[in-house]
Design a protein around this ligand. Structure first.
Ligand code: NAP
Length: 237
C-alpha cells in the first residue's frame, strides 16, 4: 500500500515496488489523470481515490487492497501536502489543520489500520513513513507548520517501532531533502528547487527515484534489523 503513490516520490516508490514484483495498491486524493497514467504504465497496479485525512479512508483502502491482492504486507505513507509557502504568522487555521491532518493524522490512521490487521492475523509487517529534512531544519519563512508535522511523524515512527518490534513489525522513516516533484508548484513556487539548491551540500536537487531506493531498502529483508530509524536522503542537507 502506497499512499500518495500516484505522483512524485510515492509514484517512484510504486514503480520501484512494481519492478521488484510487489502487487501495489495506491491511494491518491484528487488527480484522476495521474492515477490513470500510472495504471496504464504499470499493469496490475490498483488505485483508490481516498483522502487519508478522512478517518473512514484507512479501512476502505486496506479493504480495497485485500480484495485485489490479499492481506497488505507493507505500507508506505507518502501522501503529503505543505500548504502555501509563507511566514508562519500568515498561515490560516484551515491550512494548519489541513497540513497536520493529511501529514500526521493520515500517516497515523493508515499505520494504525495496518498494525491492527497484522495483529489480528499474527503476521509481521513493514511500514515506511515519508518525513522530510524539514523536521530537523524547521523551514523558517516557508512552512514551519509542515516541518513541525514532519517532526511528529518522526517521533511517531520511533514510538510505534518500539511498541510493535516484538511482533516482527518494522517501522522506519525516510527524510528526503528537496526533490523534483509537483509539491513545490502546489506550494505556490514551482521554481523552489532551483531557488534552494545552493543550500544543498551535494549541489543538486534529488530525484524521486533516489528516495524510492531508500524506501525499498527499508522494506526489504536487507533491512531486517532496522526499526525506528529515519534515513536522511538529502544530498547532505
Ligand atoms: P507530490 O508530488 O505533490 O505528490 C503527492 C501525492 O500525495 C499525490 O499522489 C497526491 O494525490 C497524494 N495526496 C496528497 N494529499 C492526499 C490525501 N489527503 N490523501 C491521499 N493522497 C494524498 O508530493 P511529493 O513531493 O511526492 O511528496 C511526497 C512525500 O514526500 C510527502 O509526504 C512530502 O511531505 C515528502 N517530501 C517531499 C519533498 C520534496 O521536495 N518533494 C521533500 C521532503 C519530503 P493527488 O495527486 O491526487 O492529489
Amino acid at each position: 500500500m502506497v499512499t500518495g503513490g500516484s505522483r512524485g516520490i510515492g509514484a517512484a516508490v510504486t514503480r520501484a515496488a512494481h519492478a521488484r514484483g510487489y502487487a501495489v495498491c495506491v491511494a491518491y486524493s484528487s488527480d484522476d489523470a495521474a492515477a490513470d497514467r500510472l495504471r496504464s504504465d504499470l499493469p496490475g497496479v490498483v488505485t483508490v481515490r481516498a483522502d487519508v485525512a478522512d478517518p473512514a479512508s484507512a479501512v476502505a483502502l486496506f479493504d480495497a487492497a485485500e480484495e485485489a491482492f490479499g492481506p497488505v504486507t507493507a505500507l508506505v505513507n507518502s501522501a503529503g501536502v505543505t500548504g502555501r509557502l509563507g511566514r508562519f504568522v500568515d498561515a490560516s487555521v484551515a491550512t494548519l489543520r489541513r497540513v497536520l491532518e493529511v501529514n500526521v493524522l493520515g500517516t497515523m490512521l493508515c499505520a494504525q489500520e495496518a498494525v491492527r490487521r497484522w495483529e489480528v492475523r499474527g503476521t509481521a509487517g513493514r511500514i515506511v513513513n515519508v518525513s522530510s529534512t524539514a523536521a530537523t531544519l524547521g523551514s523558517p519563512g516557508e512552512y514551519v507548520h509542515y516541518a513541525a508535522g514532519k517532526a511528529a511523524v518522526e517521533t511517531f515512527t520511533l514510538g510505534l517501532a518500539k511498541e510493535v518490534a516484538a511482533q516482527g513489525i518494522r517501522v522506519n522513516g525516510v527524510a528526503p531533502g528537496t526533490v523534483h516533484t509537483g509539491i513545490h508548484a502546489a506550494a505556490g513556487d514551482p521554481g523552489r528547487p532551483e531557488r534552494v539548491v545552493a543550500r544543498v551540500p551535494m549541489g543538486r536537487i534529488g530525484e524521486p527515484e533516489e528516495i524510492a531506493a531508500a524506501v525499498l531498502w527499508l522494506l526489504s529483508d536487507e533491512a531486517s534489523y532496522v526499526t525506528g530509524a529515519v534515513l536522511r536522503v538529502g544530498g547532505g542537507l
